[in-house]
Ligand binder design. Structure first.
Ligand code: R5P
Length: 287
């Protein structure tokens, strides 16, 4: 059974259809003062369930909703929860950069353990830039890479020949094989993208990143690729938050903007449902 929290309803239905699983949609709403109400419509639950939630937009509310749903499920006999977080918020603060900072993912891991979460499955999570298992502060984790889906989309819909470019070395390593720029983040808002000796003049280019948040990184990378003389330019990411009209700004620069449906937007042209279903098929479980 998949217990679908409000952020992941649509994706949960797609995964459930592919895996022939039952979906139970969590009833949730916000009280006038902002507190979150949660109810599970069915109370006869198996010992093993999947609970799916997506943490954007309103990550704090979505986190509380997820915790309350898990707590209620545990009260009704659930012993083991597989959590699926297509977009995993709070995953970017995995280190203490300044004394006194909270390591947000560590705090989240502590909460998850408390509510019988035994495994986390996520997509292109920021702190673990490769496909495969990871240890999430004592909870088993698995990161699924969605980049091949984005690459295939461009091949099927636009062209077979293109150069893949990453906006920074971190993303280049995640992709395995890609040209890349040197990115310097001056502040949350300001980015300097430095050209390296990359050969994209007259070529089609796919610029690919794990996420587009404010869009600063992707916009600067696409502008640079254009300046070098690229032919067609495609901007793609797994998680499209598209803050500050960055989708519209990108559309003015590139030929297409492509994202997955980990976060639903106009750019969600590729679904990660098959990747999640495939992972669930390959793992031994009675869900
Ligand atoms: C950073 O390392 C990430 O891979 C993304 O490049 C970054 O989070 C994108 O953020 P923004 O869209 O705000 O530049």
């Amino acid at each position: 059974m998949i217990v679908a929290c409000s952020g992941a309803n649509e994706l949960a239905k797609k995964v459930a259809k592919l895996k022939n699983l039952e979906v139970m949609e969590v009833e949730s709403y916000k009280f006038p003062d902002g507190e979150v109400y949660v109810r599970l419509p069915k109370q006869e639950l198996p010992e093993d369930v999947i609970v799916m939630q997506n943490f954007y937009p309103n990550q704090n509310d979505k986190l509380v909703e997820f915790i309350l749903a898990c707590d209620s499920a545990c009260d009704y006999g659930v012993k083991r929860i597989k959590a699926i977080f297509p977009y995993f918020a709070y995953a970017r603060q995995d280190k203490r950069f300044k004394e006194g900072e909270a390591i947000s993912i560590k705090a989240i891991a502590k909460i998850l353990k408390e509510f019988n979460v035994k495994e986390i499955i996520t997509i292109d999570v920021h702190f673990h830039r490769k496909e495969g298992e990871f240890d999430f502060f004592g909870v088993k984790g698995y990161n699924i890479a969605a980049t091949d889906l984005l690459i295939d989309y461009v091949k099927r819909n636009y062209c077979k020949d293109f150069v893949t470019v990453a906006p920074d070395i971190g993303q280049a390593k995640a992709l395995g094989k890609a040209e890349y720029f040197e990115k310097e983040r001056i502040s949350g808002d300001e980015i300097i993208m430095k050209k390296r000796d990359i050969d994209v003049e007259g070529k089609n280019v796919l610029v690919i990143d794990d996420m587009i948040s404010t869009g600063g990184t992707m916009i600067e990378a696409c502008k640079l690729v254009k300046k070098i003389g690229a032919k067609k330019i495609f901007a793609a990411c797994t998680h499209g938050l598209f803050l500050r009209n960055s989708y519209e700004k990108l559309k003015e620069i590139v030929d297409d903007v492509i994202a997955t449906d980990t976060i639903q937007s106009e750019a969600s042209k590729v679904s990660v449902a098959s990747l999640i279903a495939k992972y669930l098929c390959n793992t031994n479980n009675d869900l």
